[in-house]
Structures are given as C-alpha cells and as structure tokens.
Design a binder for this molecule. Structure first.
Ligand code: AHG
Ligand code: MN
Ligand code: MN
Length: 324
C-alpha cells in the first residue's frame, strides 16, 4: 500500500499543496487519538460556550478547531482560514498560496454516543490582491477548490481526498501513524435504493421534497418502482462516506422548522468540499435548483440545501423540483 506523498506526487500536486495537506493531517491524527481516548481523557461533553451560529460547542469541537488552526497558520503556505468554530476568518501568512475552510468536527452530537464523526476541509488558491485578514478571500465558487476531503474518525480513521484527479481513500495505520492508500478511483454507483434524510422534519419540507420522499416510500408499486432503504447517521461525514462507498442519496433540504434558519448545512466547509468529492467520484450535488459547485458565496457561514449522491437518483429528485 502506498503512502500519501507518492500518490499526491503522481497526481501532480505541487510541494506547497502537498505540505499543506500533510500538515493538516498531522492535526487530524492527533484528533483521531483524542477521539479514541474518549471519556478516559475527559474529552466528551459540552463546553459552556456557543459558536457564532448559536450552536453549543462540544469540548472536542474546540480542541479540534485549535489543533487544525494552529498547524495551518504555522505552515507558511496558508494565507487565511475559515472554520465553523471561528466567528470570522483568521489571517495567516500574507504570502501564503492557499486558503482553507474547515468543519473541525462534523457530527459533534455523535461524540457522546461513540458514533461517527469527522473533519471536513476545502482548499482554494489565495487571491493575491486581497489581504490576509479580508474574508472576501473566501467568496469563491466551489469550482475553485484545488483540494477537498474529510477524515472520518470511525472504527478505522479514513481520509477521503480529491485534488481534482478523482477520489482516493486512505486508512490511518495507527501502528506507524501513516495514511496508506486503500482505494483509488472511488466511484459512486449511478443508481441506488438507499436514501438518507432526517424524516422527523418531514412536515417542514417544501412540496418537492415531500413528494419525492413520499414516492420513495411507496416502494415497488409506486411511481419510482423500487423498494428503498433508509439510513441516517446524523453526521454528514458518515452519510457521505456511505454514499461514496456504495451509493445512495443524501439530503438536508430546506425546511420551515425555524424561519431564521431555512437550511442546516454550511456551504463553505460542508456542502462545497463534499460536492467536489461526490462529483469527482461520478455523482452529483445540488441544492435542488443549482449545482452546489456553481454557487457564488456571499458570506463565510452561509447555509444551503444539499441533495447529493448517485447521479440518476439525484436527477430523479431534481425532476420533482423542476415540476414544483
Ligand atoms: P456539526 O456537528 O458540524 O454542527 O454538523 C452537524 C450536521 C451534519 O453533519 C448532519 O448531517 C446534520 O447536522 C445532522 O442534523 P440532525 O441533527 O437534524 O440529524
Ligand atoms: Mn458539520
Ligand atoms: Mn462541526
């Protein structure tokens, strides 16, 4: 099995981007260790604080954010970072080539139940004419990503990575502390019989999603003519990993549960990097009306509706939106 560096070199990744990815992964290895110690290290549970988005921070959210932030800002190749757990962007090296957006710990409600969690990241070139302390650095479409991925802290710690040359999986060999390539050319099957959605929000969805899911549930004798299965991990990173492994459709649609928050997932550090991975693996990622990678961001913590996964199934779901 190959280590990360030769694989990245083969994919034509330059030395600065390679060093950025490796630096980021040193923090992820440490997070993986802390996560695995759980209650033994007093790592579980919440803090007394909320992030800028009004969500209570878990201890592991804060620790993971600090670890990633520190290594990236000291790397010398990062001009600025944007994180779910930071109010605004944080400046790094004025001459840094890259900017990084990340969700330090996705699915943090799963920390206390020893279930799937992960780190999601997105890397773009830093515009030369915008200062390191200006959040405008980050207002670029998802198409501008030069690398995207996640590290899943599960029964094994896995990295899913794209640098624009398809998707590869790596597994952390904990005896040597190295990520080894365990799957190249990851492909999302075009068809699926598996959907992932938080069904408890059903009454709050828009009519298009109501109709699509209702038709899924009708099964073989309904208009979609197949029996579906449902899965929900409550961590996007876990649900997207399943989609990359065996296909499926994952969605967190618009809802009216909280009028001030029509969408749940964040564009920069959840939707965009996952959209790049899914598209690089032959799948599709949309809001229902627009490809996620074509959205022009206006704000670093902005949220969007997400429908992603197996191409034909996502297109079926989009056809309900076109009709609506
Ligand atoms: P985070 O823990 O980073 O705030 O993200 C949680 C997100 C996402 O990972 C997941 O798909 C979704 O919230 C789960 O939402 P529900 O609580 O509605 O299941
Ligand atoms: Mn998240
Ligand atoms: Mn998070």
């Amino acid at each position: 099995m190959r280590q990360l560096a030769p694989v990245l070199r083969q994919d034509g990744v330059n030395s600065n981007l390679m060093s950025l990815i490796q630096t980021l992964l040193t923090a992820c290895k440490e997070i993986s260790f802390h996560v695995s110690q759980g209650d033994l290290a007093g790592m579980l549970g919440a803090t007394a604080d909320e992030n800028i988005q009004g969500e209570q921070q878990k201890k592991l959210d804060v620790i993971s954010n600090q670890l990633i932030k520190d290594v990236l800002l000291e790397s010398g190749v990062v001009k600025a970072i944007a994180s779910e757990e930071e109010d605004t962007t944080v400046a790094g090296d004025e001459n840094g080539d890259y900017i990084v957006s990340f969700d330090p710990l996705d699915g943090s409600s799963n920390t206390d139940i020893n279930s799937l969690i992960g780190t999601i990241f997105s890397v773009m070139k830093a515009p030369k004419d915008i200062a390191a302390n200006d959040p405008a650095l980050f207002l670029q479409k998802g198409r501008a990503q030069v690398a995207a991925g996640y590290v899943l802290y599960g029964p094994s710690t896995m990295l899913a990575l794209t640098t624009g040359n398809g998707v590869r999986f790596f597994t952390l060999d904990k005896t040597h502390g190295e990520f080894l390539e365990t799957h190249s050319n990851v492909q999302v099957p075009k068809d699926t019989k598996e959907f992932a959605i938080n069904m408890s929000n059903q009454r709050h969805w828009q009519p298009a999603m109501q109709h699509y899911i209702a038709d899924c549930i009708k099964g073989e004798t309904g208009p979609l003519a197949k029996n579906y299965n449902m899965r929900w991990i409550a961590a996007m990173v876990g649900d997207v990993h399943r989609v990359l492994c065996r296909g499926g459709i994952f969605t967190y649609p618009q809802d009216t549960k909280n009028p001030n928050k029509p969408y749940k997932l964040r564009l920069l550090y959840e939707a965009m990097p996952m959209a790049m991975l899914v598209e690089q693996a032959g799948g599709l990622a949309s809001t229902g009306y627009e490809n996620i990678l074509d959205i022009q961001p206006s704000e670093i913590h902005q949220r969007v509706a997400v429908i992603l996964g197996s191409k034909n199934e996502v297109e079926t779901c989009l056809s309900y939106h076109q009709k609506a």
